[in-house]
Design a protein around this ligand. Structure first.
Ligand code: HEC
Ligand code: HEC
Length: 482
């Protein structure tokens, strides 16, 4: 019996079934630590589940939105704290910041030994307290993490009094993985690696509340209960449900990446992303092996084993610029901002433009032209514009228009879907499929021009054409990764 109790109390066996789980995705852009969460990477990251008010008795439950990201160097943490009463007075390094409004993160890099954990506590004016609660740390109770970067909304103020305009405050933190080298299985982590951690918020003068991401079970009213930490998993790419497959593209970043690419990669790849003598095109219309930003990053950073594609010694920031550039080469109309009034474009599509005579969007319209329900995700904006204003030299495959007259006197006009020496399958302008036997035709004419009109720059005003393009660009059934 005594053995059983000892077994149950074994510190590294507790906390094996965490209440909450979060998947930390790779940062898809560089992150500037400035307490402004405007990077594409933060926008693409999912927040953790809602914080729990473990010991709530009364007052207002103000929300905290926390997110985590990682790259080869850092774990990134952000807190966006809803708060109508923001105050902070502790300015001394390692001072008692949890008396002020305060955010915290406690991290166990080894899930088999959650009792080895590291802490960060930060108030709104940027005062921080750190501890290293591990069995190997023999220093003072406080601890100095290496090369930490962080910023808070009121960073560096001598104090922060409550104000009637208080709404929220933000903390943005980058923790180099090298701080965890003693406890983590891998630094940086390998995709699939599991850690344990908790994110918390405390206090302030008015409406002081305590809340945590992972609920704190048991009688001990303490954040220092690593057995309650939640589970996090480092993932190689964004597989979270509902997340867009591609983050929005920053044109300036892509521009920098373009220059870096032309300088460093064109011994093998072609200039401007075209095919080169020794390597494939990166932005032509073909199916790519690698589509997610993190896969592209990985190919460039580490090379592709068993091929000529080498690893690059470039700093991470430059690699991300090139990833943005490659994504911009591949961007379709739905990925870029398009001027114009999409609502008016819809009206023109169904009305003045008469596009529904031949095209369907979401089940409504004609069959003779291609279904346009996803055109914004399939084509670049320039290609869509060209379809409307530049005649094609030849009708594309599947859209060869013919006019025919049968010996019985029936007139048919439409596009050829299939044909052989004896018969033709024609989709008529009446949206019906006609099977025509060649020997029963009195006449058959292959028309040289596609049925798609190419003079919409004359049929519509410049504004109407722009509005129509805005509408078409938005036709992108949401692409999700599994
Ligand atoms: C020594 C020749 C060489 C150099 C230099 C080179 N590459 Fe490559 N790269 C290749 C080859 C070959 C492949 C195709 C590998 C394969 O078959 O998977 C490739 C593939 C890629 C891919 C994957 C394409 C896809 O969709 O799967 C990316 C992205 C890429 N290279 C980017 C770059 C960048 C960015 C640079 C410059 C920093 C660069 N490459 C420099 C030879 C090279
Ligand atoms: C008389 C029939 C007809 C009308 C009217 C028509 N189209 Fe088309 N459209 C076609 C056909 C057929 C094709 C395919 C052949 C081609 O691309 O030329 C096509 C192709 C297109 C494409 C290219 C699709 C792709 O996958 O690249 C776009 C975009 C397009 N049409 C938009 C429009 C819009 C917008 C309107 C209304 C302003 C319109 N079309 C009116 C018949 C028509």
């Amino acid at each position: 019996m005594r053995y059983l109790i000892a077994f149950l109390a074994c510190p590294w066996l507790v906390g094996q079934n965490p209440a909450v789980e979060y998947r930390i995705q790779r940062a898809t852009s560089t992150i500037k630590i400035d307490a402004v969460l405007d990077e594409a990477a933060w926008a693409a990251a999912q927040p953790t589940s809602d914080f729990i008010f473990n010991w709530f008795s009364a007052g207002e439950k103000e929300a905290t939105e926390a997110k985590l990201l990682w790259d080869d160097e850092n774990l990134y943490v952000s807190w966006r704290c809803q708060d109508r009463h923001i105050s902070a007075y502790v300015t001394e390094r390692h001072g008692p910041v949890s008396r002020d409004d305060c955010v915290e993160i406690f991290i166990s890099p080894d899930p088999r030994k959650v009792t080895n954990y590291y802490t960060w506590e930060i108030n709104p004016i940027g005062t921080m307290l750190n501890r290293c609660r591990t069995d190997w740390w023999k220093g003072p109770p406080t601890w100095e993490p290496e090369q930490l970067r962080y910023r808070t909304t009121f960073h560096g103020l001598a104090k922060k009094d409550e104000e009637s305009t208080d709404r929220e405050w933000i903390v943005e933190l980058a923790i180099p993985f090298k701080n965890f080298i003693r406890d983590a299985a891998n630094t940086p982590p390998h995709p699939g690696d599991e850690w344990r951690l908790n994110l918390m918020r405390t206090g302030g003068k008015t409406n002081a509340q305590q809340s945590t991401w992972s609920p704190i079970a048991g009688d001990k009213r303490s954040f220092h209960t690593p057995e309650n930490f939640g589970k996090v998993v480092f993932i190689a790419q964004n597989t979270q449900r509902g997340a867009r497959a591609r983050a929005p593209i920053d044109p300036q970043q892509a521009e920098k990446g373009h220059a870096q690419y032309n300088r460093s990669c064109t011994i093998c790849h072609g200039v401007n992303g075209a095919a080169g003598d020794r390597a494939p095109a990166l932005g032509a219309q073909r199916r790519y092996l690698r589509t997610s930003a993190s896969d592209l990053y990985d190919a460039i950073k580490n090379g592709i084993k068993g091929t000529l594609m080498p690893a690059t010694p470039m700093p991470d920031a430059e690699v991300w610029n090139i990833v943005a550039y490659i994504n911009s080469l591949r961007a379709t109309a739905a990925d870029v901002p398009v001027a114009g009034d999409a609502a008016n474009g819809r009206t023109i599509f169904h009305g003045k433009g008469a596009c529904t005579q031949c095209h369907m969007i979401r089940g409504r319209g004609g069959l003779v032209g291609p279904d346009l329900s996803s055109i914004g995700a399939q084509r670049k904006l320039e290609d869509i514009r060209e379809s409307l204003v530049v005649p094609k030299p030849l009708p594309p495959r599947g859209y060869q228009p013919i006019s025919a007259k049968t010996k019985a006197g029936e007139q048919i006009r439409g596009v050829v879907k299939n044909e052989n020496n004896f018969s033709l399958q024609v989709l008529g302008l009446d949206d019906k499929l006609h099977l025509l036997q060649r020997d029963q035709l009195a006449s058959l004419t292959y028309e040289p021009q596609s049925l798609m009109p190419s003079n919409y720059d004359k049929l519509l005003t410049a504004n109407e054409l722009q509005d129509l393009l805005a509408f078409l660009s938005k036709q992108a059934r949401v692409r999700e990764t599994k």
